[in-house]
Each structure stands twice: as C-alpha cells, then as structure tokens.
Ligand binder design. Structure first.
Ligand code: SF4
Length: 157
C-alpha cells in the first residue's frame, strides 16, 4: 500500500495475488517449459477464466493473478511487501535491462516499492511453488528475514 499526494493510502495490487478474490484479474500465463510469465496485454477478470481450468489443477500453476495488496497478508510489513524484498535478495544478478510490458504497473505494489528491480525478477516468480525447493521455500516463508536468506545463500555458494 503506498500513499497518495495528500497522504491517503492508495490501494495497490499484488502481482502474485489470489485467484478467487472478487477483484482478481489475470496478470499472465506461465510457460509450461520455463515457468516464466507471459504478461497479458490487457487485464482479464479472473472469473472469466477460472471455469475453464480443469478440475484438480490449481489455477496458480498455469496463470498468475493480481489482487488487492491486503493488510491481512502474512507478507505485509507495515506498508511494505516483504515477499518482494526476499525475491530480489534471492534472485541471481540480473543482466536484463528491459522490464516486461505489464498492464498492472500503475497500481503494482512491487513496482511502487522496488521499481525496476522488482520487474526484472517478476517473470520468474511462481505463486504456486515446489515445496522441495529449499531456496523458494525460504523466500515464500513470511518468517524468513533478509539476514537469514543472505546467510543461507552465502553458505550454499
Ligand atoms: S512486471 Fe513489474 S509492474 Fe508488472 S506486475 Fe511485475 S513487478 Fe509489478
């Protein structure tokens, strides 16, 4: 959540959000080969596509959704999102100079908080992750501090 010029909170959106919130929209489609996200040119209401996903398949395995950044989210630290902080710390150094063409940017919490550093890592983020991947599990855990993450990475190098 960021602030408007008059100091009022602005509703920002989470780019790794919930599929079934009332406001949820589709951010993009995950590549079956690489898992990276192909961003939609325009937002599509999640309700228009959820019914097309075969039963038994978690929608976040094939799509990424955006929904409101919420004070009840376990990743919230005050006005900030701790998840994007961990995503950036855990990511390999980026050689990318471009950012995805993304319809969410004007209201994206990660963009407001971390700018292009978030956008460089965003395509590789998976809302649904493999629990046997230790680094991904640490990043996804709201209890993981940046110091713990940096220590784990240093010890794994
Ligand atoms: S590409 Fe950037 S602006 Fe778009 S959803 Fe990802 S972090 Fe937000």
């Amino acid at each position: 959540m960021s602030e408007s010029q008059v100091g009022e909170p602005v509703q920002t959106w989470c780019p790794s959000g919930r599929a079934r919130a009332a406001e949820s929209i589709v951010l993009g489609v995950r590549s079956a080969d690489t898992g990276r996200l192909a961003y939609l040119a325009e937002p599509v209401p999640a309700g228009e596509v959820l019914g097309e996903i075969p039963e038994g398949i978690e929608p976040t395995r094939i799509l990424r959704f955006a929904s409101h950044c919420s004070t009840s989210c376990p990743h919230r630290r005050g006005a900030d999102c701790s998840l994007v902080e961990r995503v950036i710390v855990a990511a390999p150094p980026s050689t990318t100079v471009t950012v995805p063409r993304c319809h969410l940017r004007p209201k994206c919490q990660w963009w407001h908080q971390k700018g292009v550093a978030a956008c460089h890592q965003c395509p590789a983020v998976s809302t649904a992750f493999e629990a046997d991947d230790a680094l991904t599990s640490l990043v996804a855990d709201p209890a993981t501090t940046l110091a713990q993450l940096e220590q784990w990475i240093a010890e794994s190098a």
